[in-house]
Design a binder for this molecule. Structure first.
Ligand code: ZN
Length: 300
């Protein structure tokens, strides 16, 4: 069942010309639709309650976005009360792009930033991709137990057969958005994935800078890196806002909604681009000292 609200009431279609950067073979057009600000904001504001409540809320948001029935599943995780929540959007091939964002939080704040900002964005990303033909199968996964040591994502990855792991061409991790403009953890991300993100950011004129956060800790991408899946990690932390993490300051007053909406537009266009242009079937290139797209990004 689709949401009873008409799609056109809360989505708008964007067409952008792809920037020629740095030496693209051909520039083209990218068509993608996004949900309206009000929809994204209402979803972000639905953070309240403990992790069990958030689990139910998130399932409701996926259903509202149109991910229902057998396409929306819960994976019980050994050692956790809450499951991983998985929304599958099939494509024309069985090559997979995983978009991941944990929904659990620590009790010291409301966990709006870390990481309802990422989790509640997943349904809106699903929604913008679902109406167009796709090459890749997208898995939108909201992991449980990230704060307890990446428990949900480790469990998920361990449960995959080697041939299933091979089908995952990229994992895009969103953790701690909405504090400001989009930041990419370059030293921890695949160069080819950074390159495509940078191109789409230039086309959209969306702000994107580099902020490596080794000192802060890892997120669910780490579970995929262990399996040699290329990953990219997006966040919004800077030196100034590090103190928000796992503190009482992690509440709605820390949200910069304009920046958050820009992050949403950027990731939407990024997923559309990855699907349109495809991903190289190569091993990840996460060596930070290698010359690559990451070095073209300005340090925050
Ligand atoms: Zn987090």
């Amino acid at each position: 069942m689709k949401s009873p609200r008409s799609q056109s009431m809360f989505a708008s279609t964007l067409i952008i010309a792809l920037a020629m950067w740095p030496a693209m073979a051909a520039a083209g057009e990218l068509h993608f639709s996004v949900v309206d600000r009000e929809v994204l904001e209402a979803r972000l504001k639905s953070y309240k309650g403990n992790d069990s409540r958030r689990e139910a809320t998130l399932k409701g948001l996926f259903e509202e976005a149109g991910c229902t029935g057998e396409k929306l599943t819960e994976q019980p995780v050994k050692g956790l009360k809450q499951p991983n929540i998985i929304c599958e959007l099939p494509g024309n091939t069985d090559s997979v792009i995983v978009v991941g964002a944990h929904y659990d939080h620590v009790d010291r704040g409301d966990g709006v930033i870390d990481n309802w900002s990422g989790a509640s964005m997943l349904p809106s990303l699903y929604q913008m991709l679902k109406n167009q033909p796709r090459q890749y199968t997208f898995l939108f996964i909201s992991f449980a137990g990230e704060e307890k040591g990446l428990v949900g994502s480790k469990f998920y990855v361990k449960g995959l057969a080697p041939e299933q792991v091979k089908k995952i061409r990229a994992m895009i991790c969103m953790d701690t958005l909405a504090l400001g403009p989009t930041e990419v953890w370059v030293s921890h991300s695949d160069q080819a994935l950074i390159h495509q993100l940078l191109r789409i950011a230039l086309s959209l004129k969306a702000p994107l800078t580099r902020m490596d956060v080794e000192k802060v800790g890892e997120s669910d991408e780490e579970s995929f890196i262990q399996q040699k899946v290329p990953t990219i990690t997006l966040h919004s932390l800077t030196e100034k806002t590090l103190s928000v993490l796992h503190s009482p300051q992690d509440n709605y007053s820390a949200v910069h909604f304009d920046d958050y909406y820009e992050s949403y537009r950027l990731v939407s266009a990024y997923l559309a681009l990855l699907d349109q242009e495809g991903l190289p079937a190569t091993a990840p290139t996460s060596n930070p000292s290698a010359p690559g797209a990451g070095n073209a990004l300005q340090q925050h």
